[in-house]
Design a protein around this ligand. Structure first.
Ligand code: ME8
Length: 485
């Protein structure tokens, strides 16, 4: 069976999750569910990045012991996953022993290959990014990502010979679809071509929080070196069955701010450790809230759990995917969310299901006839969009079909029909609903279940998306979506 291994970034636990975290998990989940629908053996990983300095600092500010603090906050991310109906197969916390052992193991392996050497680091460090910054990267002396002045570090440090892998990494970046979308690949290629690769610091001295450097207990492993390794520690590198089965990963889904770490540094580590390189780095854009950058200081960290409570999980999932062209930045606003709920969910899909089922429930005979609608469904195109990670286009193509079926109802006016003619229209409607239910299931799993329940059918797979003879047991119940005033 074809395997498919997908991961999200692991989230810092210095604060509660925000809508950007929810966005990433929803996209990854939809991709994972799509591949399961296609009959593949999917492994889907998410988790939390716990060894960062900023987690320790946040704990200190709250006056809580660090481990307790990260555990409590990590739970919030796990709860978010449940709330968003995320179908992850595992959740890794980088303070777990299974991770610590592997991070140290790979550090040692790279060291023994003479790709790690001791030196002296002097330069800027942004605690927000948990990254060493060059002067060039600063804007008005501040980190542009966090709008904060970095600290000046001067300390003994271990360095990773990233420069040694420059040619191999550039070749990899230039290969067609290692980084998706193209625009995000070009950014990496031109940065690498302009700046070249320097060796990078991979340890921090005199820290209390973090994973010990295995060859020198006075140092901690630099958090990014440790964090990237979660993708292999979680599946049991080097000898675990899952590692053998699923590595290399098919997709690392990440936000644009951490592209360099995944497209350049991670392959460098993998090359050095003699491991296979992940197949695709898939990069999404950033969300703003009412046009403003998400940030604690801006006080617009919208709590995704509240949004789910207020609007419903599938409503939020649908909105985020449909609203933002994949790979681009996008804005979240409750007004835009309400509009899509009322128009596309309640009107287009909700009403279609509701009026079809009302007619079907009343109809006593068997629904049969000839297929008049399947040519309206461009399954090939939907598949192509999903393969290109253009989830917004896939969803909009599915909606074209929903609205073609709506138009069919309006044209046929089945409420004025009876007997064979009515049976034929209902046959077309019910088969269309069954197929729509399959297609929307990765995007809106609960909605799909509700449709199936009312049709009295089991969940289908992608291969069942064709008109056939289905036995239905119609039982109309609730509305799929509530309109919002
Ligand atoms: O970067 N909109 O963690 P993180 C959309 N621990 N996505 C956003 C976003 C926004 N406004 N802000 C952040 C880290 N993200 C590291 C990752 S992976 C080995 C280590 C995305 O909690 C961000 O780009 O800051 C990343 O993909 C994810 O959310 C977690 O961000």
């Amino acid at each position: 069976m074809k395997t498919f291994y997908i991961t999200t970034a692991i989230d810092y636990v210095n604060a509660a999750p925000h809508i950007g975290h929810a966005y990433e998990k929803i996209i990854a989940d939809t991709i994972a569910r799509w591949h399961r629908l296609n009959g593949e053996d999917v492994f889907f990983l998410t988790g939390t990045d716990e060894n960062a300095q900023k987690n320790e600092q946040a704990a200190r500010e709250k006056g809580v012991e660090t481990k307790r603090f990260v555990d409590v906050n990590s739970k919030k991310f796990e709860e978010l996953c449940k709330k968003l109906n995320i179908s992850n197969n595992d959740f890794i916390k980088t303070t777990e022993k299974r991770h610590v052992i592997v991070a140290q193991n790979i550090f040692k392996k790279v060291y023994e290959k003479s790709d790690i050497y001791k030196g002296f680091y002097e330069g800027y460090y942004c605690e927000g990014c948990e990254a060493f910054l060059t002067e060039k990267e600063l804007v008005d002396g501040k980190c542009p990502e966090h709008n904060k002045e970095p600290i000046w570090l001067k300390e003994e440090s271990y360095f990773f010979k990233l420069s040694k892998y420059q040619d191999k990494i550039l070749e990899l970046l230039k290969s067609k679809d290692f980084v998706i979308p193209e625009s995000k690949r070009n950014e990496m290629v031109s940065r690498l071509e302009n700046e070249g690769l320097k060796d990078i610091s991979v340890s921090r001295n005199k820290l209390k929080w973090g994973i010990d450097v295995p060859i020198n207990k006075n140092h901690k492993i630099y958090v990014w070196f440790d964090a990237l390794i979660n993708y292999v520690s979680a599946i049991g590198y080097p000898n675990g069955n899952k590692f053998k089965k699923y590595w290399p990963a098919d997709v690392h889904l990440i936000g644009k701010g951490i592209n360099w770490f995944h497209s350049v540094i991670w392959p460098g580590i993998l090359f050095s450790a003699g491991m296979k390189i992940s197949k695709h780095i898939v990069v999404h854009g950033y969300l703003t809230v009412n046009g403003q950058k998400i940030g604690k200081s801006l006080d617009n960290v919208i709590d995704p759990i509240n949004l789910v409570n207020k609007y419903g999980v599938d409503e939020l999932r649908y909105f985020l995917i449909r609203e933002i062209p994949f790979g681009e930045d996008g804005d979240f606003s409750e007004d835009a969310l309400k509009n899509r709920i009322n128009n596309e969910l309640a009107n287009d899909l909700g009403n279609l299901v509701s009026r079809s089922l009302t007619l079907a429930e009343k109809f006593k005979g068997e629904t049969q006839g000839k297929d008049e609608l399947s040519k309206k469904l461009n399954l090939k195109l939907i598949n192509e969009y999903m393969d290109k990670f253009e989830l917004h286009n896939a969803l909009s193509e599915i909606w074209k079909f929903v609205n073609d079926v709506n138009k069919y109802v309006n044209d046929k006016q089945p409420w004025n029909l009876e007997g064979k003619e009515l049976s034929n229209v209902l046959y077309n409607l019910l088969e269309s609903l069954r197929i729509i239910s399959i297609l929307v299931s990765p995007f809106m799993p609960e909605t799909s279940e509700k449709i199936n329940k009312q049709l009295g059918i089991k969940e289908g797979k992608l291969k069942n998306c064709k008109f056939s003879k289905t036995k239905y047991k119609i039982k109309k119940t609730e509305h799929l979506f509530e309109k919002i005033k």
